[in-house]
Design a protein around this ligand. Structure first.
Ligand code: ATP
Ligand code: MG
Length: 275
């Protein structure tokens, strides 16, 4: 486990040195923190993207190489087989295109925008579209239980997606560290009166009692190599910026469950009317 005070990377790679933070006006420090936050998210997302694109790219290479191989051997496939391979190539290219389109939307939305009514279920589907094949290649089964009658919340859709991506990637890492007959991530949404609840649950290593109070601290990580310890602090700041709250709750499978609660859009409108 790394500790915030002991981690020299804090200053070197993404944070601002403590003494210069002290000299900076508050607004600049905030801007710097936002920039650091964005860079960290970008790194995490870039790793996911590389993985997502690598798979269809490998398939393209295998199909094309096998056609070339048989052609060089003087045994070209018949036209039907060639057309079948061409359509497989086209499908893989479509898959890469989908991923790129998705990333474009995500990046375009990085500039600060006002919260709008949005649907948590759509953000869950967006996050899974980005992470789906990575999860299955880790042998993880994803189950979703999304309430179709969920009401909208007031948020920024790509930030919401980022929250879910961070929670799911953490769950994936927790599952990578254990042996299980079935590695599972369950994502559910439900309505509870004037609140919308999102839960991301896994049957991974779980979070020890002694760590629960620290996991939302910036730069707190138990991952010796790949972790920066920023994911959950970003999640926390995004969720609270939409008037929501996040917590961990007990999980019957000894894994971790993150529960995120948002007020509904109608709830916000009601507040506005009163205020
Ligand atoms: N689903 C989970 N199961 C078990 N432990 C978890 C889970 N999610 C988070 N944690 C614990 O909380 C710590 C902090 O998580 P956080 O996402 O902030 O950082 P990280 O995943 O270590 O690094 P980063 O997200 O910056 O790459 C993790 O190092 C891990 O110990
Ligand atoms: Mg993380």
């Amino acid at each position: 486990m790394r500790d915030i005070e002991m981690d020299s990377r804090r200053d070197v790679s993404i944070g601002m040195p403590e003494d210069s933070r002290a000299r900076k006006p508050q607004r600049e420090v905030l801007e710097w923190d936002e920039q650091a936050e964005r860079m960290a998210s970008l790194g995490r997302i870039a790793t996911g993207i590389a993985h997502e694109i690598n798979q269809p790219l490998n398939s393209l290479k295998v199909i094309a190489d096998s056609m070339l191989y048989w052609h060089r051997k003087g045994k070209p496939a018949d036209i039907e087989k060639i057309m079948e391979n061409v359509s497989r190539i086209s499908a893989q290219a479509d898959r890469i295109n989908d991923i790129i389109q998705h990333i474009r939307t995500f990046v375009r939305n990085q500039t600060p925008v006002d919260p709008r009514p949005c649907q948590v279920n759509v953000a869950v589907e967006g996050a899974l579209a980005l992470l789906g094949s990575q999860l299955s290649s880790h042998g993880i089964v994803v189950k979703t239980c999304l309430d179709p009658s969920l009401t909208q919340i007031l948020a920024v859709s790509n930030r919401l997606e980022e929250v879910i991506i961070n929670l799911v990637v953490n769950a994936m890492h927790a599952l990578d560290s254990v042996e299980r007959l079935e590695k599972r991530i369950c994502i559910s949404t439900r309505q509870a009166g004037s609140r919308v609840i999102l839960e991301v649950e896994d049957n991974g290593c779980g979070i020890g009692e002694e760590l629960r109070g620290r996991i939302f601290e910036p730069f707190f990580t138990t991952k010796p190599i790949e972790g920066m310890g920023l994911g959950l602090s970003i999640v926390h700041s995004v969720v609270t910026s939409f008037q929501g709250c996040i917590d961990t709750v007990a999980n019957a499978d000894c894994g971790a469950t993150f529960r995120v609660t948002f007020p509904t859009y109608a709830g916000h409108a009601g507040e506005g009317a009163q205020g």
